[in-house]
Design a binder for this molecule. Sequence first.
Ligand code: FAD
Length: 577
Amino acid sequence: MIQTDLLVIGSGAGGLSAAVTAAHLGLRVLVAEKDAQYGGTTAWSGGWMWIPRNPLAVEAGIVEDIETPLSYLRHELGDQFDEARARTYLEHGPRMVDFFRRYTALQFIDGNAIPDFHGRTPDAALGGRSLCAAPFDGRRLGRQIDRLKPPLRETTLWGMGIASGVELRHFMNAMRSVASFRYVAGKVLCYWRDQLQYGRGMRLVNGNALVAGLAASAFERGVEIRTNSPARRLLVEDGRVVGAVLGGPDGDLEVRASRGVVLACGGFPFDVERKKAWLPHAPSGHEHWSAASRGNTGDGLRMGEAIGAALNGQLAQAAALAPVSLVPRADGSFAHFPHLIERAKPGLIAVTADGKRFTNEADSYHDFVRGMLAAVPAGRPVEAWLVCDHAFIRRYGLGAAKPAPMPLGRLVSNGYLKRGATPAELARLCGIDPDALAQTVQRYNQMARAGRDEDFAKGETPYNRVQGDAASGWPNPCMAPLEQGPFYAVKIVPGSLGTFAGLCVDAQARVLDSHDQPIAGLYAGGNDMASMMGGHYPSGGITLGPAMTFGYLAAHHAAGQPLLADAQEPRIQPSYA
Ligand SMILES: Cc1cc2nc3c(=O)[nH]c(=O)nc-3n(C[C@H](O)[C@H](O)[C@H](O)COP(=O)(O)OP(=O)(O)OC[C@H]3O[C@@H](n4cnc5c(N)ncnc54)[C@H](O)[C@@H]3O)c2cc1C
């Protein structure tokens, strides 16, 4: 038996945010992680957080009243809008960032030029509401870096993470700009030097940097992250959660936690029964290929439910949808590759088997999949193809296929990429209607030359345009004709970045029972909480932002510490200047 103050189950952003804050507030904290490595899906993520009014935006002169993002959420979420949670989030998100910046190893970079997804919704912002984990020097983790989950290999270059934003643009431009070539060469050299010295890259970026920054801060405060330790069930005494039973190589272990337990197991992306119940496009529970971490099998939801917690599956969408392609691996398995970057670039279209476009390819991954689900007739498998020409794939890549000079041959020979001399030949290889695809390409090319998508208004929102390529030379940054053969396609299927439906919680992340009463000693974090966005997706970073903020809030509640009010100085002595 182990005695601690707070037991955190799961080591993604939801769990580690609570763990670091609680340890900083003086609690003894144990983190139990089922996997052999810590970090979960968070370690694979872009590391972006949607935090309106965050300190980095304010320092850049972007100041907005809380009512403005609140109004954006009110319009976006409709009948799913929960004002208490939304207000709490918008009030405390900036304080959470302030806390981590001041006192922990986790630092941030701004995303001040990133617009909200839906520029036509009232009070959408053109920027100033996003931030990302700053790159992190992995050497700071010492030997603990060996247990950090590396980024999803297929999203990296030989295992080297590429930071989104400016750095990614340098990588895409490496063959056409001397400055970009130099930048990339420098990063690649450092990476191989680290490989020789440490056996892995030490410059951590994106979600890997987020987890590393949180984990380093946890270790510095004496928190143990116990890997290979799946939580099996909660312990309840007199109506209060007092700990949990963990499995492990040496058998079951009882952990008693005087201040309670945080469930942060990453939702249900690999729970077949829950997917069957909550994802209409996955009637057998298998027709959904999440890009999330495979260990996220709905354990938190099940453990909560077993002791009377209420679940909310009635959201606009139960998952954070994303188009995914299945990349064959040498061992016969498939990586689930999320298409987050290239869809908005000029020179790509998405079609269903009938050879027709069905949505604005430059919209968010979530909206794109909603369009795909609506376009495929009932009873047919939900699938589509991203189609581009040779110039596009060499310039921007396509899914797991990287831009030039990286070779394409292996991905063509293993069937991931289809290649045809003409659109019609490509269509035949994919099982798409060849005449229809040829017509679609012809019409699209005319519209691209004119710079206007008369069918789906591609390139007409600030978000579309930021995701496109203003330097392409075409009048619309998201459109270019597909004309230089050979032509390529990759098949996409519905997947997700994580799940939205989950445990009902209040504004302090306390788990609620079926009478809307908090269950004493039980909190939920990250995707184990039913999303405060109600299954809508108003902007990038709306899972990690709330995961970080509500973890911070749950820790304050568990520690019995009042929350800071505006303009109040932190009462804790800074350990980081
Ligand atoms: C490629 C990609 C990019 C993304 N980019 C972004 C982004 O930029 N911004 C954003 O907001 N979101 C992004 N997301 C989504 C985001 O990463 C997830 O929503 C988020 O990481 C979920 O955090 P979490 O703490 O709930 O779960 P996770 O980070 O998945 O952590 C959950 C952990 O719990 C562990 N666990 C499960 N069951 C048990 C058990 N019984 N006992 C102990 N441990 C258990 C798991 O092994 C896992 O390590 C992205 C996702 C992907 C795949």
